[in-house]
Write a protein that binds this ligand. Structure first.
Ligand code: ADP
Length: 269
């Protein structure tokens, strides 16, 4: 009888725990909805004044006469704010499932090369040494070019941001079986083992020793992971620990042979 009673009590406790977990999840979902609405609204509200600032800076640049250095500050900060606003809007779309891809066959090597060209000035400004190991072959994937460039940019910008001046950032792209594998490796501040599992979480920021002057809200990797997943891929992170660099690896399924994008100007048989 004693056994029965204690078993019944244990079952009751387990059921209570179950209810509790379910309540927490439901509450989380409710608060996420309110939060997402707020983020989306914030993003939209910030977009208009930001657009006006960017436009005014362009006009000032064209007219000449403005202090080039100050104008540069305005333009860089506006661009940074623009990325934050885009992230805010993306996060709202991601969590409400409203992101859509415009996929087409493309060569990932070309796309990564193009993305990295745009990031060279960012690496030079830190400065960190920047290297790219391209694949020795075309890697055809069916992807949304703008979204995949965003994935590359998010990973590489982070690698630069979380690496002190004088450090190294290396990007490699290669085939592994039926996947394309993009590796972004840095020898920067690294990630503590406890934090590794959480860097892709919304609003997750590891307390870092580097100053936070370059901003960020902990949104980028959440968006990045969702975009990779929407392409049928997956992303992982490794770090040997604080001060020992980080490696982000994104895998994307390749298009089966014969379904590649035709090379520019090539004839289809
Ligand atoms: P943030 O806007 O803060 O950069 P992300 O979502 O891009 O947001 O990244 C989340 C957190 O993961 C960062 O705040 C940082 O603590 C950590 N992180 C991301 N990339 C790296 C990296 N290459 N090296 C070390 N830490 C990183």
């Amino acid at each position: 009888r004693m056994m029965l009673v204690s078993a019944a009590r244990a079952a009751l406790r387990a059921r209570r725990r179950q209810y509790a977990a379910r309540d927490v999840l439901a509450a989380q979902r409710r608060s996420m909805t309110a939060r997402d609405q707020f983020l989306a609204m914030l993003g939209h509200e910030l977009r208009n004044p930001l657009g006006a600032i960017t436009l005014a800076a362009q006009v000032m640049e064209r007219k000449g006469g403005a202090d080039a250095r100050q104008l540069g500050v305005v333009q860089r900060q506006a661009a940074q704010l623009g990325r934050l606003v885009d992230d805010l809007l993306d996060v709202a779309r991601v969590t409400s499932g409203k992101i859509t891809l415009e996929r087409r066959p493309l060569d990932l090597g070309e796309l990564v090369t193009r993305s990295l060209e745009a990031l060279e000035p960012v690496a030079a400004a830190r400065p960190v040494a920047f290297a790219f190991r391209p694949p020795g072959e075309p890697l055809a994937v069916e992807g949304d070019p703008a979204r995949l460039e965003q994935v590359v940019a998010n990973l590489v910008r982070n690698a630069i941001k979380y690496t002190a001046p004088g450090g190294h950032v290396e990007v490699a792209l290669a085939r592994d079986g039926s996947d394309a594998v993009l590796v972004v490796r840095d020898d920067g501040i690294g990630i503590a083992p406890d934090h590794l599992a959480h860097v892709f979480d919304l609003f997750m920021q590891v307390p870092t020793t580097l100053d936070r002057s370059q901003g960020g809200l902990g949104l980028g990797l959440t968006v990045t992971r969702t975009l990779v997943a929407m392409h049928g891929g997956a992303i992982t992170v490794e770090s040997a620990g604080v001060g020992r660099g980080s490696t982000f690896t994104a895998r994307l399924p390749l298009l089966p042979a014969g379904q590649e994008a035709p090379a520019a100007g090539a004839q289809r048989a």
